[in-house]
Write a protein that binds this ligand. Structure first.
Ligand code: GLA
Ligand code: ZN
Length: 705
């Protein structure tokens, strides 16, 4: 039963959390004291501790040493800095790996890893689970009751797979539970192909480069199993904490759209979702605005994975990364803008990796709030301190929610199956790019969007977009039909509706379960030469669209079976045939866009659709390109974030609204001005004090006493 985070995470007045990963085990007590004073200088009100401290907390088997940690906790408590208490399972001590070699992973080629790195543990190993449970229980017993401990931060960025015998056995058991019989498994994986039929469970091996790398059903199930094993491991970690602490909420920090594990399954088990955001700002190869919209997509995904509740930005860099090919520091203003962007999209915290830059190790050049030799005298520190002040003024919007009317499917099973297929265009699968294109079309109009998995309910939305929804799981077509009949607008793209949950092509071929809903049939797919464009010509029903539109890479040839044609191809041997259709069903419409359309078409189509569907935008008039508005709502109060992702000043018309700036930006009667990379938060309409609404958090202390 998830814990109601609104009761525990925030103070009665509400506050946005601000802090960092803090690794006191790397520093002496003198430095701890200096750190805490510096934290207070820059408005840090919470730190995550302990995630990589196992060697210091358990110096040898069952030899625990919490004395130094007690001191750190005490110093933080006296400074009124709250704690996200991490469990240390992400990296294990050398003695542990030496004593229990089974805890280390086995790679794809069957070779056991040596000690080292992190995320190098088998999720199945009973010895590892036992040792993790023991240290977690110790931590929970010692610190779980403290008011200062706001949250359990279990492990760190769960990821990775293991091919040891224990994992193989667990995989076979998982398959037995899923399929019941080998016959069912053989059917689901279509093992008749190349005579791969299994006659005994022991013959089933994980996919490996030197064994079976191409059985798509196996590949997919292995990824699902890896997620299931990760979730099971996480649940075991949580169960150990719960032995001594039933009230402190739990999170783990996930990695956005990372494809190695299905984050939706992890997030379903958490009290609050948190994630680590590392966009590549100022990336020369790409437009800043596209990086902004991509980052917005990641934040929205995390809000959606938490069921729409506020999430936590658990990590971000205050300045630079050190693990990309080229790592460009955030330019002045970018830190404030990117941090408030997270809050705009629903985050109730801004946290960094890390507080103090390490002197050694692989991340010694990674950005940190306190840099080598500079302490408080750096641009980074000053910008963090300024942000701390801004966040302190935004407390009233903690817990505020995000009204959303549009959703885009983003589903891990679908992505895994689609990206694994060997089909027409293996050089440019483009799943993420397709989602980004449709997301961007909504983003540029400041329309809030959820990113949803196939299992998610869709009833409340006005528009649902299904880019490359290659896999249709059981029950999804029925849910979609009800949605459309009830008045929703559903839009699929090319490449959708090919396979079932087991990655088997539907009997009846592409779109078989959706043929009636869409009122079309796909006949064949034209594969473009690189850069070959096929014109898209809108019909009269789309007369508002008047650009130079084209498809690239892939164009499906469509035959309508009752649907209306909204646009046709304008060149090639199929010139004049449909490429965009709409089928009115019940009170809604099911649309199909049969080609990989360039952004201009997607942008204009989505603008037209959102107008006809009456989708609410976050600002009442059009904003300049590169300026994005987002709103959060708390009781009767509406807070709008206006964010300028361009490098020039932008005037934002107020369009008759009464607004009050929460962060000191001057507002005239007609407009407000945003500096290059500027951002401001305004309260719109009711500008009085917020009501103590039911959603407002209660004092932390009440939950643990
Ligand atoms: C991840 C990890 C951190 C650190 C950062 C560096 O998010 O969780 O421990 O390695 O990356 O960017
Ligand atoms: Zn293993």
């Amino acid at each position: 039963m998830p814990i109601d985070i609104t009761r525990t995470l925030w103070s009665p007045q509400g506050r946005i959390l601000h802090g960092a990963d803090y690794c006191p085990e790397q520093w002496s007590p003198d430095v701890w004291r200096e750190d805490i004073a510096l934290m207070q200088q820059c408005g840090v009100n919470v730190v995550s501790i302990g995630m990589f401290a196992w060697s210091f907390l358990e110096t040898d088997d069952e030899k625990y040493d919490f004395g130094w940690f007690d001191e750190v906790v005490g110093l933080l408590t006296r400074a009124e800095i709250s704690i996200f208490m991490a469990t240390p399972s992400g990296a294990r001590p050398a003695w542990l790996a030496q004593r229990y070699p089974e805890v280390l992973r086995v790679n794809k080629n069957g070779q056991r890893n040596g000690f080292g790195f992190r995320h190098n543990h088998c999720m199945t190993s009973p010895q590892y689970r036992r040792k993790v449970a023991a240290i977690n229980e110790q931590l929970a017993r010692r610190y779980g009751h403290l008011d200062q401990v706001l949250l359990w931060h279990v492990s760190n960025e769960y990821c990775g797979e293991c091919f040891c015998d224990l994992c193989k056995a667990a995989f076979r058991e998982w398959l037995q539970r899923r399929y019941g019989s080998l016959e069912a498994l053989n059917k689901a994986w279509w093992t008749a192909f190349w005579s791969h039929v299994y006659t005994d469970w022991s013959q089933v091996e994980p996919p490996t480069p030197h064994g079976e790398p191409q059985l798509h059903g196996l590949n997919l199930d292995w990824k699902r199993f890896t997620t299931a094993q990760t979730v099971d491991f996480m649940q075991a970690e949580i169960a150990a904490l719960r032995l001594c602490d039933q009230t402190t909420p739990v999170t783990t920090n996930t990695m956005g759209i990372f494809d190695g594990v299905d984050s939706s399954k992890i997030c379903a088990e958490l009290d609050v979702v948190s994630w680590d955001a590392y966009p590549r700002w100022h990336d020369d190869a790409k437009d800043e605005v596209l990086v902004a919209s991509r980052t917005g997509f990641w934040h929205d995904l995390n809000r959606s994975l938490g069921g729409g509740k506020p999430f936590l930005l658990m990590e971000s860099t205050p300045s630079i990364l050190n693990w990309q090919e080229v790592n460009r520091p955030k330019q002045p203003g970018m830190h404030r803008l990117s941090s408030l962007q997270a809050v705009a999209h629903g985050a109730d915290s801004v946290q960094y990796f890390q507080w103090r830059a390490s002197r050694g190790g692989p991340e010694k050049f990674h950005g940190a709030v306190v840099n080598h030799g500079h302490t408080a005298n750096s641009r980074v520190f000053r910008e963090v301190a300024e942000l701390g002040q801004t966040l302190a003024g935004l407390g009233e919007l903690s817990g505020a929610t995000t009204p959303v009317e549009a959703a885009i499917y983003f589903d891990w099973d679908n992505r895994w199956a689609y990206e694994d297929n060997q089909s027409l265009r293996n050089d440019r699968k483009g799943y993420i790019e397709e989602i980004e294109t449709w997301y961007h079309a909504l983003w540029r109009q400041s329309i809030a969007t959820d990113l949803i998995v196939e299992e998610a309910p869709i009833d409340g939305y006005k528009l649902v977009i299904a880019p490359l929804l290659y896999m249709l799981k059981d029950g999804v077509a029925e849910r979609m039909t009800r949605f459309v009949e009830g008045g929703g607008c559903l839009l699929f793209t090319y490449g959708s509706g090919w396979v079932n949950d087991s990655d088997l092509i539907f009997e009846g071929g592409q779109l078989a379960p959706l043929r009636e809903l869409l009122g079309i049939r796909v006949l064949e797919t034209f594969v473009h030469r690189d850069h070959e464009r096929v014109a898209i010509v809108p019909e009269r029903a789309l007369s508002a669209l008047s650009g130079d539109y084209a498809s690239v890479d892939l164009s499906e040839l469509i035959e309508v079976e009752g649907a209306e044609v909204l646009a046709r191809y304008g060149s090639q041997y199929f010139s004049g045939t449909p490429c965009l259709t709409r089928n009115r069903v019940g009170r809604g419409a099911a649309m199909y866009s049969g080609c990989r359309a360039e952004a201009a078409f997607v942008n204009d189509l989505v603008a037209d659709l959102s107008e006809s569907l009456g989708l609410a935008t976050c600002w009442p008039c059009a904003l300049p390109e590169g300026v994005h508005a987002r709103q959060r709502v708390n009781g009767d109060h509406r807070y709008v974030f206006l964010m300028n992702f361009t490098h020039h000043t932008q005037a934002i018309p107020l369009a008759g609204q009464e607004v009050a700036s929460l962060d000191g930006v001057s507002v005239s009667d007609e407009s407000l001005s945003l500096k290059p990379l500027g951002v401001t938060v305004v309260k719109v309409g009711h500008t009085g004090e917020p009501k103590p609404a039911a959603a407002m958090p209660r004092p932390l202390v009440s939950t643990k006493s």
